[in-house]
Design a protein around this ligand. Structure first.
Ligand code: RFL
Ligand code: PHB
Length: 388
């Protein structure tokens, strides 16, 4: 088989890229190692920046999102049992969309199907060849038969654990990493959300976040040690701990119920530079990871897709140097989101070695934020997403 762009990974970034390339007249094949049902069973992001909303519109996949998603014009921050609101509308006249990654991915699948996009599921053992030549190709196995795709370019949209970044010689990549000494226990529950807006709570017992998917589906997170045994976190133990960490008003309003999903994710920041090796380009989690505190992971994957689909389109229109701009443009935005996610994480969480000095600094940071429109404005513009 031959295609112009071979995309490894059928998560949100791979599907969005293939859709936008198709609309620009460039053909691609997406290789996904799991089944579609498996991809759609992953519960992940919930907050879409406005740039992400625009990209879904451009991909002709935004209709259901505009019907079923929720517009949020602010977030609540809480510390020491006191809450305050950061109002995106009055500070910067902007907003975010609450719409789950699962739904984003489902809508992109549907949009690809409408245009007869080629997505190969259960493609095993993908291997990338001759990336530093003019004629790269990818091999993989389906139905016990080895397949080969020859292409102009390979794009790694295969997440942090994918094969694409691992195919780049170590000497050609510089990586940066920070591992945080805690994780998030996430729960999805068929209960009405405790608040109309997201609540990010800093508490002496650890961070807590109240989010949602819709009027009848809540998404909650609490900070836990990464190695906490899951048996410890019965539903009752989870609800008790969440309630303790919320300001009284929210704690009293919390509706408890059986969890439909529960797991612990570690928190890390990671960047691999550059996001290109020869004819391979890295996109999304394949190149960078942020802790979920700033809600940036999916949104960064989408801004990478923006830069890459533009560069590929220009390349095929004859602009010789267009592709050289991809990695520097994408990384400039990535690092700003890495910084913001690190700042939100360090401001809102309890660190195991947090001394009295660090404690006061954190409290002062939040008190300053509560009292200063300038400080809230910088939070707001980063949270809704920097322009691209
Ligand atoms: P994905 O979604 O990981 O998709 C990669 C796809 O590649 C496939 N794959 C392969 N296919 C073929 N061959 C191989 N060798 C392959 N190896 C892997 C995988 O099966 C998969 O289908 O990467 P992508 O597209 O870059 O998207 C990134 C986002 O998924 C991620 O950044 C976000 O989920 C992060 N994130 C959040 N982001 C936000 O913007 N806002 C949020 O509110 C938010 N909350 C979150 C999050 C991530 C979380 N977890 C579980 C890590 C909350 C959580 C709890
Ligand atoms: C979510 O709804 O899953 C979510 C919301 C905000 C975050 C992280 C995750 O910062």
């Amino acid at each position: 088989m031959r295609t112009q762009v071979c995309i490894i990974g059928g998560g949100p970034s791979g599907l969005l890229l293939s859709q936008l390339l198709h609309l620009a007249g460039i053909d691609s094949v997406v290789l996904e190692r799991h089944t579609r049902d498996h991809v759609l069973s992953r519960i992940r992001a919930g907050v879409l920046e406005w740039g992400t909303v625009r990209m879904m519109e451009r991909a002709e996949a935004a209709e259901r999102m505009h019907k079923e998603g929720f517009l949020h014009e602010g977030i609540q921050l809480a510390a020491a049992n006191r809450g305050f609101r950061v109002d995106f509308k009055s500070l910067i006249d902007s907003k975010v969309m609450i719409y789950g990654q699962t739904e984003v991915t489902a809508d992109l699948y549907e949009a690809r199907e409408k245009l007869d996009g080629v997505i190969v599921h259960e493609a095993q053992g993908a291997a990338l060849h001759d990336l530093d030549s003019d004629a790269p190709y990818v091999t993989y196995v389906t139905d016990n038969a080895e397949q080969r795709i020859d292409c102009d370019f390979v794009v790694g949209c295969d997440g942090y654990h994918g094969v694409s970044r691992a195919s780049i010689p170590a000497a050609k990549l510089k990586t940066f990493e920070k591992v945080y000494p805690f994780g998030w226990l996430g729960v999805l529950a068929e209960t009405p959300p405790v608040s109309d807006e997201l609540i990010y709570a800093n508490h002496r017992r650890g961070f807590a976040l109240c989010s949602m998917r819709n009027d009848a589906l809540s998404r909650y997170y609490i900070q836990t040690p990464t190695d906490d045994p899951m048996e410890k976190w019965t539903d009752a133990a989870f609800w008790d701990e969440l309630q303790r960490r919320l300001p009284n008003e929210a704690a009293d309003a919390l509706v408890k119920g059986p969890s439909v999903e529960k797991n612990i994710v570690p928190l890390r920041s990671f960047v691999a530079e550059p996001m290109r090796y020869g004819r391979l380009f890295l996109v999304g989690d394949a190149a960078h990871i942020v802790p979920p505190t700033g809600a940036k992971g999916l949104n960064l994957a989408v801004s990478d897709v923006h830069y890459l689909h533009k560069a590929l389109t220009q390349h095929y229109q004859g602009e010789r140097l267009a592709l050289d701009h991809y990695s520097p443009n994408a990384l400039a935005r990535v690092w700003k989101a890495i910084r913001f996610s690190w700042w939100m994480t360090t401001t809102m969480h309890r660190f195991p070695d947090q001394g009295e000095f660090d404690q006061r600094i954190q409290e002062s940071e939040l008190a300053y934020l509560e009292s200063s429109a300038a400080a809230q404005t910088q939070l707001a513009e980063n949270y809704v997403g920097l322009p691209y």
